[in-house]
Design a protein around this ligand. Structure first.
Ligand SMILES: [Zn+2]
Length: 446
């Protein structure tokens, strides 16, 4: 594979690069791999006293200064390809093999025995410093270099890799939405307990019954006494059949979130993904029942365990549910050298407005209505887009690959629109339209 290094700018055009192939998948070099490219120096102290310092990330090359135990001082230049790492050294590697400095330097920066290099792989961007400065934030420190997209560009497509985090998504055509139950009516408050964000305190939204005192004319609940749970029910209340159904579902939901909450880390994330469909199905049964209730609130829980304590009135908000299910759609736009893809959530053709969302729901800032997402897949896709500043970025030269690996699939399952740069009208996305108007316009591939 041709190296996308602009040799001649920082290094002479005939610079020798030694190639270390990665063990796929991933772009990682381990100390074990290094030992296959250089005779391992023997002795207990052979690897002691190496000093490395990251210096720059320019023209697609990472420079690392290496002071080796033999008191030599050299600069390494690393280029990260999709399948291999290329290494040059100021000693020139006269034997055409990985030099001592290269081995020692990589050994040293392979912190905790391995070196992850994917953050340096930005095809179509990093070799050109003006593009790099436009799209990426490069932060250089003597012990590390971080390279990430500017927030404006969200998640940038990498050729042969795709988008960060997309391996956990599934994009399939949605099954039809199951229809729901009905019941009676009466007075106790029901809260949609939720939080937002991806932190360890994050949980799936859960319905909680809540004992409250109503205002003079019963217009609202003015103080909240306790949450109802299976292990600590609200007693001395004559529940309606509607409320008995709601309580039963609320207990089921609480058991699910409590079970997930007792896990942590990756295990918790995995259980949350697994439980999401069951939770959505329960919420589908709940919402028509809640529409018959007089006192509906939403309640921000910082931690799930707070549901064991007295409800805080300051975290209660009015909550009006809609039976409509939002439609997830996407908008593709072209901007000179790149494309953006953004998510739009529509109800009856109108876009909902919101900055954050919990799992499964969207609260619309314009109408104040609370909507249950149509499918778990829609919700996962939307949450993923939100976590990337709502935007995917694709370099123009990667458009065809992006279409083939991502957009074509998305377009068969969702409505994708495209803003035509000539007419300025938004039209249904078509690959031919985009390639005719944009990709073929400037000798793509030459
Ligand atoms: Zn060297």
């Amino acid at each position: 594979m041709a190296k996308k290094i602009k040799l001649g700018t920082i290094l002479p055009a005939d610079t020798f690069f030694y190639t270390i192939p990665f063990d796929p998948p991933g772009q990682r070099v381990t100390r074990e791999m290094l030992a296959q490219h250089f005779p391992e120096p023997k002795g207990r102290r052979a690897h002691m006293g190496i000093h490395t310092e990251y210096k720059a990330f320019k023209s697609g090359l990472i420079s690392v200064e290496v002071k080796a135990p033999d008191d030599s001082k050299n600069m390494l230049f690393l280029h990260v390809g999709i399948t291999e790492l290329d290494v040059a050294c100021t000693c020139g590697m006269p034997e055409g093999k990985l030099c001592y400095h290269g081995y020692m330097g990589l050994y040293s920066i392979a912190w905790q025995h391995y070196l992850e290099l994917d953050r340096f792989y930005w095809p179509g961007i990093s070799a050109d410093d003006s593009l790099r400065n436009k799209f990426l934030i490069t932060d250089i420190h003597k012990d590390w270099i971080s390279v990430k997209p500017k927030p404006l560009y969200g998640n940038i497509f990498k050729s042969a890799i795709g988008f960060k985090g997309d391996q956990h998504l599934s994009i399939k055509e949605a099954a039809s939405i199951a229809n729901v139950v009905s019941g009676g009516k009466e007075a106790i408050a029901y809260c949609l307990a939720y939080n937002v964000g991806n932190q360890s305190n994050s949980h799936l939204p859960v319905l909680m019954s809540c004992l409250g005192i109503t205002s003079k004319r019963d217009k609202e609940v003015v103080s909240f006494k306790q949450f109802g749970r299976r292990d600590k029910p609200i007693t001395n209340i004559a529940y309606t059949p509607n409320q008995q159904q709601l309580n039963d579902i609320s207990f089921q939901q609480y058991e699910i979130v409590k079970r997930i909450n007792s896990s942590s880390g990756e295990g918790k994330k995995h259980e949350m993904v697994e439980a999401k469909q069951a939770m959505l199905t329960l919420w589908e049964q709940v919402i028509p029942l809640l529409l018959k209730e007089k006192y509906n609130y939403r309640y921000y829980t910082y931690w799930l365990k707070y549901l064991k304590y007295k409800p805080r009135k300051t975290d209660m908000r009015d909550c009006k549910y809609s039976l409509e299910r939002p439609v997830l759609s996407f908008l593709l736009k072209f901007h000179q050298d790149h494309f953006s893809l953004t998510a739009i959530v529509l109800v009856n053709g109108n876009a909902l407005k919101f900055d954050y969302k919990p799992h499964l729901f969207v609260f619309d800032d314009i109408t104040g209505l609370c909507y249950l997402m149509a499918t778990v897949q829609d919700d996962n896709l939307l949450m993923w887009m939100l976590s990337n500043n709502r935007r995917l970025t694709v370099m123009k030269e990667h458009f065809i690959e992006f279409h083939d690996t991502f957009l074509a699939k998305l377009n068969t399952c969702y409505m994708v629109s495209f803003t035509d740069p000539i007419s300025k009208k938004t039209v249904p996305y078509s690959f031919e339209l985009v390639t005719d108007q944009i990709i073929k316009q400037d000798d793509y591939g030459n």
